[in-house]
Design a protein around this ligand. Structure first.
Ligand SMILES: Nc1nc2c(c(=O)[nH]1)N[C@H]1C(S)=C(S)[C@@H](COP(=O)(O)O)O[C@H]1N2
Ligand SMILES: [Mo]
Length: 201
């Protein structure tokens, strides 16, 4: 249906097909804050990023160790299920490929875990292969606590609820385990280009 109605608007259709804005989204210039709970205060001496679950030797990094890992600068468009899109956001962080280097695992899924208890689930092959980062700078500044600082997951090809703020671990698993929003009505996958917004989309 959406495709047909778009086809009737000859002029706009060109805009739509060349657009970087997924269906149903509009571009914002500000950076809205969306959190299901309060911003957790994380003492840096207690911050520890952990990869556990389906892995022979769990890995972890203190903040100092994490900051010493190779970083990447990423410029990406981000899309929230509440329909805002922000273009060309600039981040610095560590690629999941770097964190997973040399890991042999039978896992096909991960659950990202955050301070405060938020979780979100992802297929492992959608966060590896240069598709996701743990970001700790935004626009050249340390990531603001409201936006997930000290560090958040950044998975720009999926709706932003998959980009867990205050992330401090990934649990590898053979079975998919829906996270916070995925058990509260949001789609299990969340591809903005397919409008996978809610359960059943
Ligand atoms: N830990 C945690 N991460 C979270 C959330 C949350 O409530 N807690 N909200 C998600 C949702 S629904 C969105 S849209 C984005 C919002 O990120 P922002 O506040 O930086 O815009 O964070 C995602 N990550
Ligand atoms: Mo969201």
């Amino acid at each position: 249906m959406a495709f047909i109605s778009r086809g009737f608007k000859g002029k706009r259709r060109t805009d739509v097909s060349s657009s970087r804005v997924p269906p149903g989204q509009h571009v914002v210039n500000d950076f809205p804050v969306l959190s299901a709970g309060p911003t957790p205060h994380i003492p840096m001496e207690r911050w520890l990023f952990t990869i556990d679950g389906e892995i022979d030797e769990p890995r972890n990094w203190t903040w100092d160790q994490f900051k010493a890992l190779p970083t990447e600068e990423i410029t990406v468009d981000i899309h929230c299920v509440t329909k805002w899109t922000k273009l060309d956001t600039k981040w610095k962080g560590v690629s999941i490929d770097t964190l997973m280097e040399g890991v042999e695992t039978a896992a096909e899924f991960v659950v990202a875990k955050s301070a405060g208890g938020y979780t979100t689930n992802l297929p492992l092959d959608e966060i590896t292969g240069h598709k996701a980062w743990v970001a700790y700078e935004y626009d050249g500044e340390p990531l603001h606590p409201e936006h997930g600082g000290p560090a958040r997951l950044l998975v720009p090809h999926l709706y932003l609820w998959k980009s867990a703020k205050w992330v401090w671990g990934l649990t590898l698993a053979k079975e998919d385990q829906p996270g916070f929003w995925e058990t509260n009505g949001y789609n299990n996958h969340g591809d903005p280009w397919r409008e996978e917004r809610y359960w059943g989309d």
